[in-house]
Design a protein around this ligand. Structure first.
Ligand code: FAD
Length: 615
C-alpha cells in the first residue's frame, strides 16, 4: 500500500496550494477531495486580489506558489487598486473567469508527478496508539501518511440558510462534511461556528447594460505573478448600479424573514463584508449602496452582483433585486444564501499551522477562522511547506510579521485568535512600507529557494532581475553630488551640505528616473521595468531605515524562544487572566507573548527573567 509523506484533505484554495507546496519540497503527496471537479472552485466572488489580499497573492507567487499564475491565466479584467496612493498600499486585483480558473488549476495540479489526486470524502482521521497515521474515507478506504493537512473550508458541519430554510451543505450544490466534523469536535474542544454569505447570481442576458455605468480594467494590466508578462485572455468591463429607497424599504419590511435576523444562525459573520440586510440596518442613514455587476466568465452569462449578499427568502430577493437600475427584468439563476460552518480556534495552532495537541496534523484556510481565497491559499502554502518539512525531517519554514503579510496573518491568528472571519487588510501590517506587493519577490524568493520550495525556472527569472537591479543601484550609489553640482544639471534640492546619490534623488517626489540621465548617462541602458522598481524602492528608502531598525528589534524578541512547556501556573505575579491567555496561546517567542491582548510590561519582564534564568 502506498504511504504518503503528506495527505491534503480538500481541493479548494488552501488545499491546492498546500499540495503544490508539499510537492515542491519533494514530499510524496495525496490530495483527497470530494470531487475532482472541486479543484480551484471559487465559492463566492469571481475575483482574486485587492488591498492586502493582492499582497498575499504576490507573496505566494514569490515562493513559487500557484495562485498568482493561475489567476493571470484566467483574468478577464486587471486593475491596480489605490493607483493614486503610494505603492505600499496598492493592491493588484482581477476579475476571474471561474471555469478557466478551475481548468488551469486542474492542469497545474495534474502536471505534478509526485501528487496523487484522489476523489472521496474523508470521514475521520486515523490513529495508531494516539499517533496520527492517515485518514479514513466514507467508503471505508484508508489512506496512510506521515502528516495530514485539513483544508475543509466552509464544508465542516456546513449549513446553508435561505430565509427560514436550512439544510446541510458545504456550499450550494455540495454536501456538508458531517462525519469528519463530529470527530474533530470530539478531538478538539476549542471549535466554534462562523458564517458568511453570497449574493444571488443573475442572468446577464436579462440585465439592461445600456443604462448602466461601465467599469473597464486598466489600460496596462498589472499581473499577479512575477513570471507573467502578457495575457491572451479577452478582457471585459463590469457594470455599476445602486440600491435605492425602494430596495431598502423591501429589505426592512422583511428583516424578520432573513436567516440572519430571524435568529436562525448562531455563527458570527464578517463585519467588513456585510450582507445587504446588515448594510440597510447598520447604515440606515445611507440612501444607496453601490453594486458591481461582475461577469463570471467569457463563456457564461452568469453575473455576480457584488455588494448584495443576503440570507433573505427567494421571493424577497426577487422583489428587491428588480428595484435596482438596469435589473428591472432580471432573472435570478441561483438565490443568495448564508452558510454557517465549524472553525477551529487558531490559537491552538503553532505558526507552522500544526495543531499543538496533535502532532502531524496541520490546518489551513477557512477552517482556521479566515475568509477569502487568498488568505486560504497563503495558509495552504505554509501548511504544505511545513507538513512536508516534518515528513521529510527538514527545518520548519516560518514567517515573521516583519518579512511578509503571510507572517502578519499567521501571527494574528495564532496569537489573537478570531471573533469574526479574518480577512487581510494593509492596515494589519505595521511594516507596510517594507511589505509591498511590488517587492514580494525581493523579500521572499531567496528565502523560498533556501527553504526548498522555489524551482529553477523562477529562480532564473528572479536572479536575472535581481542582478539588473543590483547593478543599476550600484551605478547610482557609486557617486554623490552636492546641491551646487546638481544645480548644474537643472536639479534643485535643499542646500543642507548633504551630498546625494542619484538613488537618493529619486526619493524626492518631483524627480523621476529620466531626470537622472543627464547626470549619469550610463543609466540610459537600464530597462523600463527595472527603472520602475528602483523608483519604488527609492521612494521609501528613507522611511525604511527606521522600519528596518524596528523590524530588527522585533526579530530580536522573536528569536528569544519560549519553551512550549513553559510552566505559567507556577509563575507568581501573573494575573489569572494573563495566565490563562498564556496557557491558551502558548507563545513561541517573547515577541509573540508581547502581542497577546492585555499583555503588560511587568508580565513580560517576569517571563524574560525566567527565560534568562534557564539560559
Ligand atoms: P474551500 O474553498 O471551501 O474548499 C474546501 C474543499 O474541501 C472543497 O474542495 C471540498 O470539497 C473539500 N472538502 C471538505 N470536506 C472534505 C472532506 N471531508 N473530504 C474531502 N474533501 C473535503 N470569501 C470572501 O473573501 N468574501 C466573501 O464574501 C465570501 N463569501 C462566501 C460565501 C459563501 C456562501 C461561501 C461558501 C464562501 C464565501 N467566501 C467568501 C469564502 C471563500 O469561498 C473561502 O474563504 C475560500 O474558498 C476558502 O478556501 P478553503 O480552501 O479554505 O476552502
Amino acid at each position: 500500500m502506498k504511504h504518503y509523506d503528506v495527505i491534503v484533505v480538500g481541493g479548494g484554495h488552501a488545499g491546492c496550494e498546500a499540495a503544490h507546496a508539499a510537492t515542491r519540497m519533494g514530499a510524496i503527496t495525496a490530495l483527497v477531495t470530494m470531487k475532482r471537479d472541486d479543484l480551484g472552485v471559487m465559492s463566492c466572488n469571481p475575483a482574486i486580489g485587492g488591498l492586502g489580499k493582492g499582497h498575499l497573492v504576490r507573496e505566494i507567487d514569490a515562493l513559487d506558489g500557484v495562485m498568482g499564475r493561475v489567476a493571470d491565466l484566467a483574468g478577464i479584467q486587471f486593475r491596480l487598486l489605490n493607483r493614486r496612493k503610494g505603492p505600499a498600499v496598492q493592491g493588484p486585483r482581477a476579475q476571474i473567469d471561474r471555469s478557466l480558473y478551475k481548468a488551469h488549476m486542474r492542469t497545474e495540479m495534474e502536471s505534478l508527478p509526485i501528487l496523487d489526486l484522489l476523489e472521496g470524502e474523508v470521514a475521520e482521521l486515523l490513529f495508531e496508539n494516539s499517533k496520527l497515521v492517515g485518514v479514513g474515507l466514507t467508503d471505508n478506504a484508508a489512506i496512510y501518511g506521515k502528516t495530514v493537512v485539513l483544508t475543509t473550508g466552509t464544508f465542516l458541519g456546513g449549513t446553508v440558510h435561505i430565509g427560514d430554510k436550512r439544510y446541510p451543505a458545504g456550499r450550494m450544490g455540495s454536501k456538508s462534511s458531517i462525519r469528519l466534523a463530529a470527530q474533530i469536535r470530539d478531538l478538539f474542544p476549542r471549535m466554534g461556528r462562523l458564517k458568511t454569505g453570497t449574493p444571488p447570481r443573475l442572468d446577464g442576458k436579462t440585465i439592461n447594460w445600456e443604462v448602466l455605468e461601465s467599469q473597464p480594467g486598466d489600460d496596462v494590466p498589472t499581473y499577479f505573478s512575477f513570471l507573467t508578462n502578457s495575457t491572451s485572455t479577452e478582457q471585459v468591463s463590469c457594470g455599476i448600479t445602486h440600491t435605492n429607497g425602494e430596495t431598502h424599504d423591501i429589505i426592512r419590511e422583511n428583516l424578520d424573514r432573513s436567516a440572519m435576523y430571524g435568529g436562525h444562525i448562531e455563527g458570527t459573520g464578517p463585519r467588513y463584508c456585510p450582507s445587504i440586510e446588515d448594510k440597510v440596518v447598520r447604515f440606515s442613514d445611507k440612501s444607496s449602496h453601490q453594486v458591481f455587476l461582475e461577469p463570471e466568465g467569457l463563456s457564461t452569462d452568469v453575473v455576480y452582483p457584488n455588494g448584495i449578499s443576503t440570507s433573505l427568502p427567494e421571493d424577497v430577493q426577487e422583489s428587491y433585486v428588480s428595484t435596482l437600475k438596469g435589473l428591472d427584468n432580471v432573472r435570478i439563476i441561483q438565490p443568495g444564501y448564508a452558510i454557517e460552518y465549524d472553525y477551529c480556534d487558531p490559537t491552538t495552532l503553532s505558526r507552522t499551522l500544526e495543531h499543538r495537541d496533535q502532532e502531524g496534523l496541520f490546518l489551513a484556510g477557512q477552517i482556521n477562522g479566515t475568509t477569502g481565497y487568498e488568505e486560504a491559499a497563503a495558509q495552504g502554502l505554509v501548511s504544505g511547506l511545513n507538513a512536508a518539512a516534518k515528513a521529510l525531517s527538514k527545518d520548519t519554514v516560518t514567517f515573521l510579521r516583519s518579512d511578509s503579510y503571510i507572517g502578519v496573518m499567521l501571527d494574528d491568528l495564532t496569537t489573537r485568535s478570531v471573533t469574526e472571519p479574518y480577512r487581510m487588510f494593509t492596515s494589519r501590517a505595521e511594516f507596510r512600507l517594507r511589505l509591498r506587493a511590488d517587492n514580494a519577490d525581493q523579500r521572499l524568493t531567496e528565502f523560498g529557494k533556501l527553504a526548498g520550495c522555489v524551482g529553477e525556472a523562477r529562480w532564473t527569472v528572479f536572479a536575472e532581475k535581481k542582478s539588473k537591479l543590483d547593478s543599476a543601484k550600484a551605478i547610482m550609489e557609486n557617486k554623490t553630488y552636492s546641491s551646487k553640482e546638481l544645480e548644474g544639471f537643472g536639479i534643485s534640492v535643499k542646500n543642507d551640505g548633504k551630498k546625494r546619490s542619484t538613488f537618493d534623488l529619486l526619493s524626492f517626489p518631483n524627480i523621476e528616473f529620466p531626470d537622472l540621465l543627464e547626470i549619469q548617462p550610463e543609466l540610459s541602458s537600464v530597462e523600463f521595468h527595472v527603472r520602475e522598481q528602483i523608483e519604488r524602492d527609492a521612494m521609501y528608502a528613507n522611511y525604511l531605515v527606521r522600519q528596518e531598525r524596528d523590524a530588527e528589534a522585533l526579530q530580536r524578541d522573536e528569536q528569544r524562544a519560549i519553551p512550549v512547556d513553559m510552566d505559567y501556573e507556577s509563575l507568581s505575579g501573573l494575573s489569572g487572566e494573563l495566565r490563562s491567555k498564556l496557557v491558551r496561546v502558548r507563545p513561541a517567542s517573547l515577541g509573540q507573548a508581547a502581542r497577546i491582548e492585555g499583555m503588560t510590561p511587568a508580565a513580560l519582564t517576569l517571563i524574560l527573567s525566567v527565560l534568562k534564568r534557564s539560559e
